[in-house]
Design a protein around this ligand. Structure first.
Ligand code: SUG
Length: 420
């Protein structure tokens, strides 16, 4: 029997979590700019989601928060946390590595020419606050997936080609452990907003990963969706095994994409949510597609791990309850509270990176158990700041608290070597 399973690696929400309004085109980020953030509550919400998913019998891992404010990035701009202009300071402070769906693109071993699982760290070059994440993320990927017999970790795609990782990548297959097809979604234009994933980057990632032409598809994200606030494809579509769950307006040329998918993987079931039942605006506000669509163990069918905001939207909840009442593959709805992350545009699916692998080949320090999550909870409860207002970011006491809190977490997780 194959030991390959889907492991969800969540980014632990860092002690510098704040609302700085840094992401043009991300409606939640813009509309909550300047609000007080609650890093401790945020991190506890993220941990509770991991505990919930472990409780469902799913494999769970995590990544550490990065060192913030990023002093070396500030130094490369010839400034410091004390002296930087407010927008540069905020960019150096961002806890944005929590959204692990933007950490890397992952092609599992059954899809690649050399039979290894390939990961390319995302360059995130479109947004200044995210552009300096990749070195810290790469260091963790190289540690977690250091087993060269099973993994190949790639350097980022060079600028100017924007790459935002797994948030713009979907895999369809009849089972996680068999060969599937990988769909790369890129943007060309987003009206007033940037298209963050560039086609050149998507194609380069597919080539680096050794995906032959019959295993890769490339499709354009709809300009309307980006202009409405779907700054990543995972805001309007999600895939798991043979199911694609998507909004009607997610893709620029939906019929061509659906035909190409059916040709390559005929068993695919495409569930299209019509705009007259759930408008694009409601989909983006409720983040219903930013759910983790997971296969429950022991033949339990599929479940959607949804943000609780989806339950609060009448049209969305009506659609979803009808969906699970029908005879389809999605059988269960599990709302989770990740409101602190949601207020920056990060739902349950943003917080995790999916890696199909044998857990025995992953560095165990990055794998979750209930006991480890309890230990992480204790550090967060004791050390994470309760509240951060954007105007506090230059406070040296806050900087010290944030730095020590992360160091304590690294020590408890046996990952102090990441503190360089
Ligand atoms: O890149 N928000 C993130 C949210 C990322 C969500 N990820 C996925 N869809 N996979 C972003 O826009 C806001 C930070 C601020 O404004 O303080 C932010 O970076």
């Amino acid at each position: 029997m194959s030991a390959l399973v889907e492991i969800n690696f969540d980014g632990i929400i860092g002690p510098s979590h704040n609302y700085a309004g840094l992401s043009l085109g991300n409606i939640a980020s813009s509309s909550n700019a300047g609000e007080t953030a609650y890093p401790r509550e945020a991190a506890l919400q993220g941990i509770a989601k991991m505990q919930h998913n472990l409780g469902l019998g799913l494999a769970q891992g995590f990544f550490m928060p990065l060192d913030r404010p990023n002093q070396s990035w500030l130094a490369s701009l010839a400034t410091t946390a004390a002296d930087a202009e407010p927008h540069i300071r905020a960019a150096a402070f961002s806890a944005s590595s929590m959204w692990a769906a933007n950490a890397a693109t992952v092609s599992p071993a059954p899809d690649t020419d050399d039979g290894k699982c390939h990961l390319t760290v995302a360059n995130l070059q479109t947004m200044p606050h995210r552009s300096h994440e990749w070195p810290g993320t790469l260091a963790q990927l190289k540690m977690a997936f250091a087993d060269h017999d099973h993994f190949y970790v790639h350097e980022p795609i060079p600028s100017p080609f924007g790459d935002e990782g797994a948030a713009n990548h979907m895999r369809l297959c009849s089972g996680h452990d068999v060969t599937g097809i990988e769909i790369f979604i890129f943007g060309k234009s987003g009206g007033p907003f940037p298209a963050r994933q560039h086609m050149e980057a998507s194609k380069a990632v597919a080539r680096k990963h050794g995906l032959s032409d019959d295993r890769a598809l490339f499709a354009q994200q709809s300009e309307t969706a980006i202009a409405a606030g779907a700054f990543h494809n995972d805001v309007v579509a999600v895939a798991n095994e043979r199911v694609l769950f998507t909004h009607e307006q997610a893709f620029e040329y939906p019929d061509a994409l659906y035909d190409a998918i059916r040709e390559k993987l005929p068993e695919t079931e495409i569930i299209v949510v019509p705009a007259d039942q759930v408008s694009l605006a409601d989909a983006i506000k409720s983040y219903l597609f930013n759910a983790q669509l997971v296969t429950l163990p022991d033949g339990g069918g599929m479940a959607l791990i949804l943000p609780s905001e989806a339950r609060e939207n009448e049209a969305v909840w009506r659609y979803l309850t009808d969906l699970v009442a029908g005879n389809g593959p999605i059988r269960r709805l599990c709302p989770v509270d990740v409101r602190q992350s949601m207020a920056n545009g990060g739902g349950p699916a943003c917080l995790r990176l999916r890696v199909v692998a044998d857990p025995a080949t992953v560095d165990p320090r990055f794998l979750a158990t209930p006991e480890k999550l309890d230990a992480i909870t204790a550090v967060v409860t004791e050390r994470w700041p309760e509240a951060i207002r954007p105007d506090q970011l230059s406070d040296p006491h806050l900087i010290d608290t944030i730095s020590k809190a992360r160091q304590q977490l690294l020590a408890v997780c046996g990952l102090a070597e990441l503190d360089r």
